[in-house]
Ligand binder design. Structure first.
Ligand code: CA
Length: 137
């Protein structure tokens, strides 16, 4: 663990998100004294899938509360869109998944905040913007 992260652990605010758009989530950390540290994720050799959900409810376009379940290579990963993440900070609403050696997810299922579900098969790596179908039940 980086010495600066270890030192700041007691009074830190932490947020993550893909700051440079390369698909790898980066970290922003600030300490009690206001110092801000940015950690750019330089790990380039892993296949990733970033899921950006857009809800149909006017009061919840960010789909807060939606749960995504991704299956890839026999492994299951689950992520939830959250409104808050850490003290006095807020992370990206994007959901980040690692795909290992796979170039695609076998399937992704979304359980939207209104309880409806949608599923897609063979979703390629990269950024996926998924809008909740306007006509879905
Ligand atoms: Ca990044």
């Amino acid at each position: 663990m980086d010495r600066r992260i270890r030192h700041a652990r007691r009074h830190a605010r932490l947020a993550f998100g893909d700051l440079d758009g390369d698909g790898a989530p980066d970290l922003v950390l600030s300490t009690f004294r206001g110092r801000v540290l940015v950690y750019s994720n330089g790990w380039k050799d892993t296949r990733r899938l970033t899921l950006r959900l857009v809800g149909r409810q006017p009061h919840n376009r960010e789909a807060i509360g939606a749960v995504a379940t991704l299956l890839s290579g026999g492994l299951r990963q689950t992520r939830q869109v959250r409104a808050g993440s850490s003290y006095l900070s807020c992370s990206s609403k994007d959901l980040y998944f690692g795909l290992g050696a796979s170039a695609e997810a076998d399937s992704i299922e979304i359980r939207w905040p209104d309880g409806t579900r949608q599923r897609r098969e063979h979703v390629p790596a990269g950024l996926v913007v998924w809008r909740q179908a306007e006509g879905a039940p």
